[in-house]
Design a protein around this ligand. Structure first.
Ligand SMILES: *Cc1c(COP(=O)(O)O)cnc(C)c1O
Length: 376
């Protein structure tokens, strides 16, 4: 680099100076390069191990000829498909470049410097990023104890107590990543009803599809009742198109209108919109994904517990395993065996590793590698 006498960090806006960049799961290609491996198992980013569905691939093929055109900035077709599926008017829907984008739109639309957003300790890393980037404060509520029945999970009482007159947003992840912990319908609904009506409650349901067919609460059902409720969902996890970046929120139309003002005009790409419409229609793929996840979750939980390792019960497509104080060494050793998982020390869970549920052979490869590197 050329010589530079200016400290650009000090020129950045104050909130950004304090930010730590998001740490993504290590890409397969990087591990192969670094360790000279030709076979790698990636269980680090809660992706769908089945790969995208055939109907998604076909939909993508079918739009190749249109790539010189801008996407539909209003996302007409996708919004209609979503509105249909969720039983809400299209005016309630905001599309994002991943649901991450929608979380940022919420921060940009509703948080000013001096305001705060409330969320739990050990909650999803994007909440502090989105909050701090706009110069607002993070009001982090202490989580439930490791010994509780929802280890490191959201403590709704503590979250309510953390709300003050500067609070504009509350982020709730249900289930939460990385813990996998969750909130029951009654408790969550009671919480939302107690949050002051001028504070937006964002319920992040990135993993909701994995709870299909159970009594897990879907907060979309309450959007009519609570105008300050915003529900976010994504196509990155069960729908299997993380690489395309598409997510959305369902909210009161006036909130959607604000998000629409701050979003980039074409934040959801043409390919992403087309693929998401196809993904929504492919209910068999979701069914298959959920089944695979349930089997893999049962297998991994039992395998870990048989090895004497604790796990945190999870409603997502990932599992936190207590490997002990040397979790970062264990993570590194697993990399050398060609298995990528996710360290969660940056989530203040230094004794745990998070493993995404993969195909059966990938889950087995993880168990075999873990046994070897921990000498179990
Ligand atoms: C993965 C994840 C998201 C989704 O991110 P996208 O931007 O939609 O890929 C959102 N919230 C949580 C809690 C997640 O784990």
């Amino acid at each position: 680099m050329c010589e530079n006498r200016i400290d650009f960090t000090s020129l950045a806006v104050p909130g950004v100076q304090k930010l730590q960049p998001y740490q993504p799961g290590k890409p397969e290609s990087e591990l192969k390069r670094e360790y000279g491996l030709d076979h790698v198992v990636k269980l680090a980013s809660n992706e769908n191990p089945l790969g995208p569905s055939d109907s998604v691939k076909q939909a993508i093929q079918s739009v190749m000829g249109e790539l010189s055109r801008y996407p539909d900035g209003n996302g007409f077709e996708l919004k209609h498909a979503l509105a249909n599926k969720h039983g809400v008017p299209t005016e309630c829907i905001t599309l994002g470049n991943g649901s991450n984008d929608v979380l940022e739109l919420l921060a940009r639309g509703f948080l000013r410097p001096g305001d705060n957003a409330v969320f739990s300790a050990h909650a999803f890393a994007v909440y502090p990023l989105a909050t701090m980037a706009v110069g607002a404060e993070c009001n982090i509520a202490p989580a439930l104890a490791e010994e509780s029945d929802q280890p490191f999970g959201h403590d709704l009482k503590a979250m309510l107590a953390a709300i003050n007159d500067k609070t504009r947003l509350v982020f709730v992840a249900n289930p939460n990543n990385p813990t996998g912990t969750w909130l029951e319908a009654d408790a969550l609904k009671a919480f939302i009803s107690q949050v002051p009506s001028n504070v937006l409650v964002v319920v992040d349901q990135a993993y909701i599809e994995f709870t299909e067919g159970t009594d897990f609460p879907n907060a979309v059902a309450w959007v009519n009742e609570f105008p300050n409720l915003v529900v976010t969902q994504t196509f990155s996890k069960a729908y299997g198109i993380a690489g395309l970046r598409v997510g959305f929120s369902i909210s009161h139309p006036q909130v959607a209108d604000i998000l629409n003002r701050v979003r980039q005009p074409f934040n959801c790409s043409l390919v992403a919109q087309e693929a998401a419409v196809a993904a929504l229609a492919d209910t068999d793929y979701i069914k298959q994904s959920v089944e695979l996840n349930n089997q893999g979750m049962a297998y991994l939980t039992k395998s870990m517990n048989d090895l004497g390792l604790g796990t945190i019960a999870s409603k997502g497509n990932f599992l936190c395993v207590k490997v002990g104080a040397n979790s970062l060494d264990t993570y590194e050793s697993l990399l050398r065996e060609g298995v990528i998982v996710r360290p969660v020390a940056n989530y203040q869970m230094p004794e745990y590793l998070r493993v995404s549920i993969g195909l059966q052979r990938e889950n087995e490869a993880f168990v075999t590698a873990l046994k070897k590197v921990m000498a179990l």
